[in-house]
Write a protein that binds this ligand. Structure first.
Ligand code: BDR
Ligand code: CA
Length: 312
């Protein structure tokens, strides 16, 4: 059994990542935390509560950071619409449950205290503010984290800016803190997720599920696919589910040791990640960076998992 803590800024792809986890009886999602990113903390939390209900999970959702460590919050609601998911298409049903009373950072610290060394895996699909704050407050708990599997960064170009991927751009100091904490960090950046492409055939597969869940998921994915018109992409990558898929099917991915650095200067390069693979000549590794995916197979399994998670 894998114990997984999911830290997210739920938009469409965080939701799909949660569904990938929910479908696996060998995965125990022990806690979920929210962070400002795609949208405000309030919207991200409401979306996450709804996602947890859709996934049929019974797990507390903890509200986390409403601001990054060292800058003002910057959402991408201009691209995704207010609330990141609602205006993309059909709204997720409003959750009947509420966020747990304990703040995400304290709750994550509590979960780490209760874990054996290496027993808790963190899946980060948003800016890493909560994880960084937990490590700043309790650096002694770093050895309790088995792996931090994160979607963010890029070994090539960015998406939010030409240099920076959004999750890292939204809180560069958070990733820098995490990389310096000595964790087993596994990075699923844009260079990887651009190999896991989603298209109209996947939207149709979801629509064919029928029911409210199928229609909602298809509408959300459809709206995401139509964003292609606002970007320069030739096909749309499925970001967060790629990192979740690695937790279930690591054999579909290739990872390589790298020294990852984050640009913290407040110029055009802020939030860029530099992945140095020429080790040990050029430095000491601080992460494993995913470089290759069997993209079509990842997508097939992600779709099967989503079908399983919503009960078909
Ligand atoms: C990342 O940014 C968010 O918009 C997505 O949910 C994903 O986590 C991709 O850059
Ligand atoms: Ca995300």
């Amino acid at each position: 059994m894998q114990n997984i803590w999911m830290d997210c800024d739920t938009g469409m792809d965080d939701l799909f990542a949660l569904l990938v986890l929910a479908d696996d009886p060998e995965i125990d999602v022990v806690g979920v935390s929210t962070v400002v990113g795609n949208t405000s903390l309030d919207h991200a939390t409401a979306n996450t509560l709804a996602a947890v209900e859709l996934a049929g999970l019974e797990v507390p959702v903890h509200r986390g950071a409403a601001k990054p460590l060292a800058q003002e919050p910057q959402t991408i609601e201009d691209l995704l619409g207010e609330g990141a998911m609602g205006t993309l298409g059909r709204r997720l049903a409003v959750a009947t449950s509420e966020a747990a009373p304990e703040n995400a950072v304290q709750a994550l610290i509590g979960a780490l205290e209760a874990s054996q060394p290496g027993a808790l895996t963190i899946l980060g699909t948003g800016p890493l503010t909560n994880v960084a704050m937990a490590l700043i407050l309790r650096p002694d708990l770093a050895d309790r984290v088995g792996r931090l599997v994160m979607m963010g960064g890029s070994a090539t170009s960015g998406n939010h800016t030409s240099a920076a991927e959004f999750n890292v751009y939204a809180d560069p100091e958070a990733l820098d803190t995490v990389l310096r904490a000595g964790l087993d960090v596994r990075v699923f950046g844009l260079n990887l997720t651009r190999q896991v492409l989603v298209g109209p055939e996947h939207e149709q597969e979801l629509r064919d599920l029928g029911g409210d869940a199928g229609q909602t998921l298809a509408d959300l994915l459809g709206a995401y696919l139509r964003m292609i018109d606002k970007t320069t992409a030739r096909a749309m990558p499925l970001h967060d589910p790629s990192a979740a898929a690695y937790l279930r099917w690591p054999e579909l991915f290739t990872l390589q040791p790298a020294k990852v650095d984050v640009e913290l200067n407040r110029g055009v390069g802020r939030g860029a990640t530099f992945c140095e693979f020429r080790l040990p000549r050029k430095g000491e590794p601080n992460a494993l960076v995913a470089t290759e995916a069997r993209g079509e197979e990842v997508m097939r399994r992600v779709m099967d998992a989503i079908r399983g998670a919503v009960g078909h």
